[in-house]
Ligand binder design. Structure first.
Ligand code: PEP
Ligand code: MG
Length: 755
């Protein structure tokens, strides 16, 4: 039997769901919702406050004492009882509110009338997006069950508050008030550089919230119009040559197959005529197809499901008008992408040659999309709350990735300054490119091996333009992520062979598939986990699904025919895991030899040091490994127990701190002792001040993104190893939270070039 709170919540949610299905404006729905909550919870009043930005909460809906107060009352986060609920994301029940020490009087709110107060936060992705409250005229002790009920309802209301419909409503509201005064917005710089372009709002597919259509005929008209427009645009796209990297001909082919398919459209139309909204009808048609095709053994047909998903999403976007944003992406040669959050594969939906900037409402420096953007030389600014609501698709946006500023619809003067900055950075790039022919060597003659990290196809150009020593990390998962289906051995071999050919004899380190966490494969469903960063990812997946690893190894072996092959396993947590992976490789090698197939001249097997446990087993591991490479992105996240993807933690810990540097020092010391090649391929190696510190710790091999290569080389050529080593040794004893200011001061005093 359900508990009373669950029963009550269930009954109220049922009523609220009915309201959601109604074809009314979002603010009307919210008003009805507060009314139902008050009535059902026997309260004299109920209201809903919504966060306007990080600082303010505004009353959006009030039922009871003063229903006209909506949009007239606001509280700062942290101000009064309501502001405190939002600030600490905690519910609050007060019997006599006016006598509470944090109570703040607001006459518009009709406060004179009430005594008791029960408020709960509306939470989305660990942060408060508003507050829901009920009030009573007479002093009342709210029960735990009532609080529980209101919290359950709050989950539902949070969905509405964060819906696209509400976002649009908020955006209009802000506009009407002429509140777009944020011409210059401060964010967090994730990738340096300057860019100017038209805004493209990046939307993720959202769940269908309205299921039942009010008016079937109208709904059918909506669907028909969207379908027609989509087909026209697709035809045009197909006939033009303006294809982005995410839109190869074969994908468009598949789109067209479904888009033109009369049966598919008829099925959706039939669903609409049975009473569903167009959105729900598309989903129903997709589910039917999924049920039929997912059981088939025919891989070709199964693959088509993915195409169908894409076409269904595209049709959704035509229904809700998002295609206009896609049109900006297609028509403008300079785009600035604005996303709430983003995975690396989503960035690849756009033509990277046009992207002048990426702005993310959340975001952390080592999130993969930032790494990919950095490799593309795209300036990135993150942690700008509310931006998505503030910007309209097509607006001009200037991005200062160096200082972390964003300018919305900038003045002519600012635009001029940006153009000058962009020219200047082109000149700096040219200057750094001139270092190409010069050795990667310090002032006191110490050679530093400087390689590049490769993931996307365009990274291959960096092999030539940087004149690097090799490829220190080839993230093989990136081509897997960009593909529509799992690449087979032949496709993988061709891809790896092309890379080796382009490397022209330089050392290439292939990393085995490192998926999971934020690197998801579009064709692999069901990987959602509570703690993906420490979940079933990377080598854990490929050891469990050994066929994937074996196939990849076969492709490595074939691609490296007659050449040296270096294979590196990611996320190794202990010696046994490394041995198991290495053995898999050796078995495949023997198998190839047995069948007289061509094999590499030499095979080196290494691992990434990115799980702290291996540091404590390093002596034993170094006996078995041919090389190691330190993945500082993951190592730091596990070392500090600090999710690299969580924006709230971005600036909490610094890799430039004694504890982390001591671990780094220990790793290179042990590797040197064992005579094992050791490099760093995490983001530290591509950040000049951090790379300088690594050299001070004894690292002699670094692998950075192609885009940061020149800056790191410039630092190397201006540093003195003896000096920085002595200085870093003194810092290892420091108890400061961060040593960054000291290291910057050192670089400045010693003329070390840190761009
Ligand atoms: C790392 O973890 O430092 C690393 C290089 O791997 P990735 O960023 O791809 O996880
Ligand atoms: Mg890693």
């Amino acid at each position: 039997m359900k508990a009373p709170a669950a029963n009550q919540a269930f009954a109220i949610l049922k009523l609220l769901r009915e309201i959601i299905e109604e074809q009314t404006a979002v603010e009307d729905k919210l008003n009805r919702i507060t009314q139902v909550i008050a009535e059902q919870m026997h309260a004299d009043a109920a209201s809903c406050f919504i966060s306007i930005d990080d600082n303010y909460l505004e009353l959006f809906s009030a039922y009871g004492f003063n229903p006209d107060a909506a949009h007239k009352v606001s509280f700062r986060v942290g101000e009064g009882l309501i502001g405190n609920i939002a600030k600490y994301c905690r519910p609050l029940a007060v019997k006599d509110a006016p006598s509470h020490p944090q109570y703040v009087y607001n006459k518009d709110f009709g406060e004179d009338a009430y005594k008791s107060f029960l408020g709960v936060p509306l939470i989305r992705r660990n942060r408060s997006v508003g507050v829901l409250l009920i009030e009573n005229r007479t002093p009342k002790e709210y029960t735990a069950a009532e609080q529980e009920t209101l919290e359950t309802i709050a989950m539902f209301v949070a969905d509405i508050v964060t819906s696209d419909e509400m976002s649009e409503f908020k955006k209009d509201l802000i506009k009407q008030r002429g509140l777009i005064t944020r011409e210059r917005i401060k964010g967090l710089s994730l990738s340096k550089g300057y860019g100017l372009g038209n805004a493209v709002l990046h939307r993720r597919r959202h769940a269908v919230s309205k299921i039942i259509a009010e008016d079937k005929e109208k709904e059918l008209d909506r669907l028909t119009a969207a379908h027609k427009k989509m087909n026209e645009d697709l035809e045009e796209k197909f006939n033009s040559t303006k294809l982005g990297i995410g839109e190869h001909m074969d994908i468009l082919d598949a789109y067209l197959m479904f888009a033109r398919d009369k049966g598919w459209f008829q099925k959706i139309a039939d669903n609409v005529m049975s009473g569903l909204t167009a959105e729900a009808a598309i989903e129903r048609a997709y589910e039917d197809m999924w049920n039929r095709l997912s059981a088939t053994r025919d891989n070709y047909l199964k693959e088509r499901l993915h195409d169908l998903r894409d076409v269904a999403d595209r049709l959704h976007s035509y229904l809700n008008g998002d295609y206009a944003e896609n049109a900006v992406a297609a028509e403008s040669d300079n785009i600035v992408i604005i996303a709430k959050t983003m995975g690396p594969a989503e960035l690849m939906d756009y033509d990277y040659r046009k992207i002048r900037g990426l702005l993310i409402e959340d975001g952390t420096p080592t999130m993969h999309v930032a790494i990919v953007a950095k490799a593309l030389n795209i300036p990135v600014v993150a942690k700008i709350k509310g931006l998505f609501e503030e910007v309209n698709s097509g607006d001009v946006v200037a991005v200062d990735g160096t200082e972390g500023y964003v300018y919305l619809n900038p003045s002519a003067e600012i635009k001029r300054k940006f153009k000058a900055k962009i020219d200047e950075s082109v000149r700096l790039q040219e200057k750094l490119a001139e270092l190409r022919r010069l050795p990667s060597q310090t002032l006191d003659g110490v050679k530093i091996g400087l390689s590049i990290n490769v993931g996307l196809a365009f990274d291959l150009d960096y092999i030539q333009t940087t004149n690097c020593d090799g490829i220190g990390l080839y993230r093989t998962e990136i081509p897997f992520m960009a593909a529509e289906t799992m690449p087979d051995v032949e496709q993988q071999t061709a891809c790896y062979r092309e890379l080796m050919d382009k490397a022209g004899g330089k050392k290439v380190i292939f990393r085995s598939l490192d998926v999971g966490s934020d690197k998801l494969l579009p064709y692999w469903a069901g990987l959602s986990e509570e703690n993906p960063a420490i979940g079933w990812r990377s080598i854990r997946i490929t050891l469990d699904r050994r066929a994937i690893l074996r196939k990849q190894i076969r492709a490595f072996l074939a691609a490296a025919e007659g050449r040296e092959l270096n294979v590196m396993f990611p996320m190794i947590a202990d010696l046994a895991e490394f041995e198991e992976a290495k053995e898999t490789l050796m078995i495949e090698l023997e198998r190839e030899k047995k069948f007289n197939r061509p094999v590499p001249l030499k095979v080196n097997v290494g691992l990434m040091v990115e799980v702290p446990s291996v540091v404590f087993e390093l002596d034993e591991i170094l006996e078995k490994a041919d090389f190691i490479s330190v993945g500082t992105n993951d190592l730091a996240q596990f070392f500090y127990a600090c999710d690299r993807g969580n924006p709230r933690l971005t600036e909490r810990y610094d890799v430039l701190s004694a504890p982390f540097l001591r671990v780094m020092s220990e790793i290179v010391r042990k590797a040197d002792q064992h005579g094992v090649y050791c490099s760093v391929c995490g983001e530290m190696a591509g950040n000049p001040i951090e790379a300088m510190t690594l050299i001070g710790l004894g690292y002699r091999n670094l692998s950075a993104s192609g885009a940061s290569f020149g800056k790191v080389k410039s630092m190397i050529r201006s540093v003195n190893v003896r000096g920085i080593s002595d200085y870093v040794q003194t810092l290892l004893k420091s108890t400061r939270k961060t040593l960054r200011p000291q290291l910057f001061a050192y670089a400045y005093d010693h003329g070390i070039e840190i761009y």
